[in-house]
Design a protein around this ligand. Structure first.
Ligand SMILES: [Zn+2]
Length: 311
């Protein structure tokens, strides 16, 4: 029996419409994991950005992805990170999985709330790369190294610790990082793996080769730590983490093979001509977004060809 299947399953199921997805109070996924969804549902964000709080009142909390700079959401996050006496603001640090505008801008106002309460809380993550778009600039207070562990220890001896392992996962964004909760076998995937929508790979900050390699790294780490559930930044928890990662990679490679075939059949075409052929199974309304991923696949196919030809 998986360690926490019952608790997480009760929070899963089909995605409700964005209007039904509540963002007013935290949802306890485990004894030490709270999810609070930002009120930013939309085409690209699904039901909204999931902010997660890891920890408990005795250890304090780590906030993962404070979301957009939404004052009400940030205040709810602050209140949900409670002390033993029920008062809020029991945060030890803030981590952003990457710099996109629905993930990192809430970090500063959350940090400011802590400062007003007299607590200095650092923002951790990776700085945005020069390739990041203007709306995705981010500089953390502290750079999170690949393989670094963020540890929450209780003041009382013998009470459980909570350890988050940082895993660099470029691909969706050059500065993307996933976090693995070691004690519970959970993986927080930010936007690298989603539930209910497809991760956009938007070159040049997005890179398909890096994305696929990061999936391999996640698969290896999930095997090593016995990870069972994926907690994405958008949508419900995903069970069977290893299967989900393998399925995702196979899906990407299948699409890439289709694009490569379209390119071979239309060698003088351009991406606008390849798009309707390679995504003929996808709603045309999604083609503008799919085109970004198509460009990422084309870049990867051409890189593989140049690597294969030894040039
Ligand atoms: Zn993103």
């Amino acid at each position: 029996m998986p360690r926490h299947a019952q608790i997480l399953d009760s929070a899963a199921g089909p995605l409700p419409s964005p209007a039904e997805w509540q963002s007013h109070s935290p949802v306890a996924l485990l004894r030490n994991v709270l999810r609070l969804t930002a009120p930013n549902p939309g085409f690209m964000t699904g039901p909204g950005t999931n902010s997660y709080l890891v920890g408990d009142p005795r250890t304090g909390f780590i906030a993962i992805d404070p979301g957009p700079a939404d004052a009400d959401h940030v205040a709810r996050l602050w209140a949900a990170a409670s002390h033993v006496d029920g008062s809020g603001g029991n945060l030890k640090l803030i981590v952003c999985t990457h710099s996109h505008p629905d993930h990192s801008p809430g970090a500063k106002p959350l940090q400011d709330l802590c400062a007003q309460a007299g607590v200095a809380v650092a923002v951790w993550g990776l700085a945005s790369a020069p390739t990041a778009r203007a709306n995705s600039q981010f500089v953390p207070d502290i750079t999170l190294a690949h393989g670094q562990r963020l540890l929450l220890s209780p003041a009382t001896e013998g009470a459980p610790c909570h350890t988050l392992l940082a895993i660099h996962t470029p691909g969706h964004a050059a500065n993307h990082v996933c976090l693995l909760l070691e004690e519970d076998g959970l993986l927080f995937t930010g936007d690298h793996i989603l539930n209910g929508s497809t991760t956009v790979i938007d070159p040049p900050d997005g890179n398909m080769g890096h994305y696929l390699h990061s999936l391999d790294v996640l698969h290896q780490q999930c095997t090593e730590y016995g990870v069972e559930f994926i907690l994405p930044a958008h949508g419900h928890p995903l069970p069977k983490a290893l299967d989900a990662i393998a399925h995702l990679k196979a899906h990407r490679l299948k699409r890439e093979a289709k694009i490569a075939a379209v390119m071979r059949a239309n060698p003088n075409g351009d991406p606008d001509q390849w798009l309707p052929l390679a995504y003929d199974d996808v709603d045309p309304r999604l083609w503008p977004v799919a085109k970004r991923s198509l460009l990422a696949h084309v870049e990867h196919i051409q890189w593989l060809q140049s690597a294969g030809s030894g040039t």
